[in-house]
Write a protein that binds this ligand. Structure first.
Ligand code: XMP
Length: 316
């Protein structure tokens, strides 16, 4: 595609002109925007870029390894930070959703600052800001802020860096096209959005390592199943929720008293409103069987059939 190639060349030249010999710092979320930006910056300024990925312990199964495997071979100087203990410690016993978000936002900044302090001075901070983000923040507080959204890029205002934001004029589809040209693997390029607070807001109430581990296995069965059945790209977002509800069931001759998992998949254009995805019954039956067979802590699976509004996409 001539146009996208042309855009890549132009963005590379712009970044080189702006950055010169300076050092650039980038926070990686594992999503398409920051991953694509990492590839673009590596192409433009090579090792002048340092990309930092914080593992907050709220990631999905294998996610950290996938990000490392996608970016390092393509020349990204990537540092992964294991901050799982700090995050889980700070979240311990906290059950209010907004409080959980605030703590995670704060811990992100702490972990990021702690790590970058070791790395010497940087001149630039890169951010994967897209055109719609520019418009939205120009519009001020709106319905989009019903939940306080902490993206990984939500760093303090007083950082002493100059910003590098090569995607400010681009839409998501254009970033995906650039990602394809730069060789970002399909599973990251076409990935559904995943919230900054990660599994913490899908593990209802207070999170713990045990609960996150259960949720991670349920989520993996559901998301892998969607891919296997060719349904993933047809949904805008899909997720699993671990509810605090325990109910009675039967397994062999034994009575069980275990957790309920909820599955949710939606279609939407803008994530402001959404319809629940009409996934085939046979697929849902397969998912339910796999989950209760493979995740022994779960004895009941429900599918969320609520639109947004009145529900939100996430459960917290
Ligand atoms: P809701 O649940 O508000 O979600 O319908 C709309 C979209 O926003 C994502 N979301 C978040 N993303 N930090 C994020 O980075 C957050 O705290 C957060 N809360 C919701 C959600 O996954 C969906 O795509």
């Amino acid at each position: 595609d001539w146009t996208a190639e042309h855009i890549v060349d132009e963005l590379v030249a712009d970044v080189q002109a702006q950055v010169g010999q300076g050092r650039v710092l980038l926070g990686i979320s594992g999503g398409v925007d920051s991953s694509t930006l990492a590839l673009l910056l590596a192409k433009a300024v090579g090792d002048q870029l340092t990309a930092v990925f914080i593992d907050h312990g709220l990631l999905r199964l294998g996610e950290r390894e996938q990000v490392e495997a996608a970016l390092r071979p393509l020349g990204v100087n990537l540092i992964t930070v294991d901050a799982r203990e700090e995050f889980l410690g700070a979240l311990s016993g906290v059950d209010d959703p907004e409080q959980k978000r605030k703590i995670i936002g704060r811990e992100f900044i702490r972990a990021f600052e702690r790590e970058t302090a070791k790395l010497g001075d940087f001149d630039f901070l890169a951010q994967g800001t897209l055109y719609p983000d520019v418009i939205e923040s120009a519009g001020g507080e709106g319905a989009a802020n019903i939940k306080s959204h902490h993206n990984v890029g939500g760093l303090p205002e007083d950082l002493k860096f100059k910003l590098v934001e090569p995607f400010r004029t681009l839409f998501k589809d254009e970033v995906r096209e650039i990602a394809r040209l730069l060789g970002l693997p399909e599973h990251i390029r076409m990935r559904h959005p995943f919230p900054g607070p990660g599994l913490a807001i899908r593990c209802l109430g207070a999170v713990s390592e045990e609960k996150l581990d259960i949720l991670r296995r349920v989520d993996d069965i559901f998301i892998s199943g969607l891919r296997e059945f060719g349904l993933y790209d047809g949904c805008s977002q899909a997720l699993a929720v671990l509810t605090p509800i325990r109910s009675v069931g039967v397994m062999g001759d034994e009575r069980t008293y275990s957790y309920t998992a909820a599955l949710r998949a939606v279609s939407t254009d803008d994530f402001m409103t959404a319809e629940w995805a009409r996934l085939p019954y046979e697929f849902l039956a397969t998912m339910s069987n796999r989950i209760v067979n493979q995740v022994h802590e779960i004895n009941r699976v429900v599918y969320d059939i609520t639109g947004k509004p009145p529900a939100t996409i996430e459960w917290e």
